[in-house]
Design a protein around this ligand. Structure first.
Ligand SMILES: NC(=[NH2+])NCCC[C@H](N)C(=O)O
Ligand SMILES: [Mn+2]
Ligand SMILES: [Mn+2]
Length: 349
């Protein structure tokens, strides 16, 4: 029986809106094959192995329209002397400037933005590009490391250990003028950031975390509280005052090296598979994830092909789960089915 009259018209209008909302759900994937934020070759191959592990098909199966924008191509700079102890400042600055524009455009066009690294220095461009469109965003940083060194505190001079220092307003007067970074401006308050998974924090970083009162959950905290409580407190901390867009910056080395061996700065005692997936499921369930990074997959550092594939496939699982893949299965809603079949009789089911 076909539905007629004002009620059915109302239902059909609502269906159309739902359908349009669903269609508006689109993901932009962008590769950033870049390695100059650290010294080991191979992390620039991250986007390729993550795509080869089936990322695009997995996201398409989740009912998104997936826009794969390919990889950025970064220019090679011949002259890039260290500044203080900071390595490759101009290369890192210019790569991030490109990424900044791309991220801002993707988010501005209404996509959920997924950046495939590359090393973690790329979060400077990715998060600041996102913030350009969503100034009230909050940041969840999942990592064995805090990546909040300043050039003065960094033990290595590697910029992948420093991206958060470029973002925080509270660290503005601790940051020198580094060549290549004149385009950056701090945009994040320390209360809008939460770390999960820390277990290798440098003394200068520890001092910054404590003196700014940054909310963090080390692996020890996860042992004590359990991942469920950690996510509850994380989301409460970031969202209880107001609902706002989330940026998830996920370093694959947050996982235990037995699960993610192909990475440059592996640290024992990391997240289990189930903790990592629960964490991303909870972020998805907020409905507020607006951009994410998946960084530090380095296929040249796996002991063999199997190790590389395990790491890349874990990266795909993290992204898919952040974007709504569930462990309990799912079926299309009645609204979706009726919209697809263009048949309101489905409603009688
Ligand atoms: N994104 C990463 N994997 N960072 C590792 C950083 C290691 C160390 N804390 C440093 O600053 O050099
Ligand atoms: Mn790390
Ligand atoms: Mn990192």
């Amino acid at each position: 029986m076909a539905l007629r009259g004002p009620v059915s018209r109302l239902i059909r209008t609502q269906l159309r809106h739902r359908c349009q909302q669903n269609r508006a759900q689109s993901v932009a994937v962008l590769g950033a094959p870049f390695c100059k934020g650290q010294k080991r070759r191979g992390v620039e191959l991250g986007p390729k192995v993550i795509r080869d592990a089936g990322l695009i098909d997995r996201l398409s199966a989740l009912d998104y329209s997936v826009h794969d924008f390919g990889d950025l191509s970064f220019q090679h700079l011949e002259q890039d002397e260290p500044y203080m102890d900071v390595k490759f400042p101009r290369s890192v600055g210019s790569a991030n400037n490109m990424l900044f524009s791309a991220a801002s455009r993707a988010v501005g066009a209404g996509h959920t933005f997924v950046m495939l690294g590359g090393d973690h220095s790329l979060a400077i461009g990715s998060v600041s590009g996102h913030a350009q469109q969503s100034p009230d965003l909050c940041l969840i940083w999942v990592d064995a490391h805090a990546d909040i060194n300043t050039p003065m505190t960094s033990p290595s001079g590697n910029l992948h250990g420093q991206p958060v220092a470029f973002m925080l307003k509270e660290l503005q007067d601790k940051m020198p003028d580094i060549p290549g970074f004149s385009w950056t401006k701090p945009f994040l308050s320390s209360r809008d950031l939460v770390y999960i998974g820390l277990r290798d924090v440098d003394p200068g970083e520890h001092h910054i975390l404590k003196s700014l009162g940054i909310q963090y959950f080390s692996m020890r905290d996860i042992d004590r509280l359990g991942i469920q409580r950690v996510m509850e407190v994380t989301l409460d901390h970031l969202l209880s005052r107001k609902q706002r867009p989330i940026h998830l910056s996920f370093d694959i080395d947050a996982f235990d090296p037995s699960l993610a061996p192909a990475t440059g700065t592996a640290v024992n005692g990391g997240l289990t598979y189930r903790e990592g997936i629960y964490l991303t499921e909870e972020i998805h369930n907020t409905g507020l994830l607006s951009a994410m990074d998946l960084v530090e997959v380095n296929p040249l550092l796996g002991a063999n092909q199997e190790a590389v594939e395990a790491t890349a496939s874990l990266a795909v699982d993290v992204i898919a789960s952040s974007l709504g893949q569930t462990r309990e299965g799912a079926h299309a809603s009645i609204e979706q089915m009726s919209a697809v079949k263009n048949d309101t009789e489905q409603l009688c089911l």
